[in-house]
Design a protein around this ligand. Structure first.
Ligand code: CA
Ligand code: CA
Length: 145
């Protein structure tokens, strides 16, 4: 299970996309998942790079969030944009990470992502509630490196 293509089945990918769509019904925050095989730098540093490569810093409220996974080692990181960091403590994503770790440990990749996305949405909602004029600023599709 060290290849990006093997990390999730097609059906599971659809579950992840649906989890993002549902999470974004509760918050103006924008969540994306990025999968790649491995990283030679710290996952959080790589997450920041990918965040910018994907143009995720272009949202109006600067409230995009990337869930980055290096699938070979199941290392992952969550990085939120400046608009979020201005409002929250440094441990803001810890509960999301804990949920993901618990599912990755048992090999349940799809559950790790789906529940991580759900929790991230709940977290975001506290500071960035859904607005009636919301648009889908960033694609809900999984991006792969
Ligand atoms: Ca949105
Ligand atoms: Ca979106």
């Amino acid at each position: 299970m060290s290849k990006v293509e093997d990390f999730l089945t097609k059906a599971e990918e659809a579950e992840v996309v649906e989890a993002i769509r549902l999470a974004e019904k509760n918050t103006s925050g924008e969540i994306r998942v990025h999968l790649e095989k491995e990283t030679s730098i710290a996952p959080i540093e790589r997450a920041v790079e990918v965040f910018h490569e994907l143009g995720m810093d272009t949202t109006q409220l600067r409230n995009g969030v990337i869930i980055y996974v290096a699938v070979k080692s199941k290392q992952f990181a969550i990085y939120g944009d400046q608009g979020i960091n201005d409002k929250v403590e440094g441990d803001f994503w810890d509960c999301t990470k804990d949920i993901m770790v618990s599912h990755f440990k048992t090999g349940n990749n799809v559950q790790a992502l789906v529940e991580g996305i759900h929790n991230a949405g709940e977290q975001l909602k506290k500071h960035f509630p859904f607005e009636d004029d919301d648009t889908d600023e960033l694609s809900n599709e999984i991006s792969k490196g």
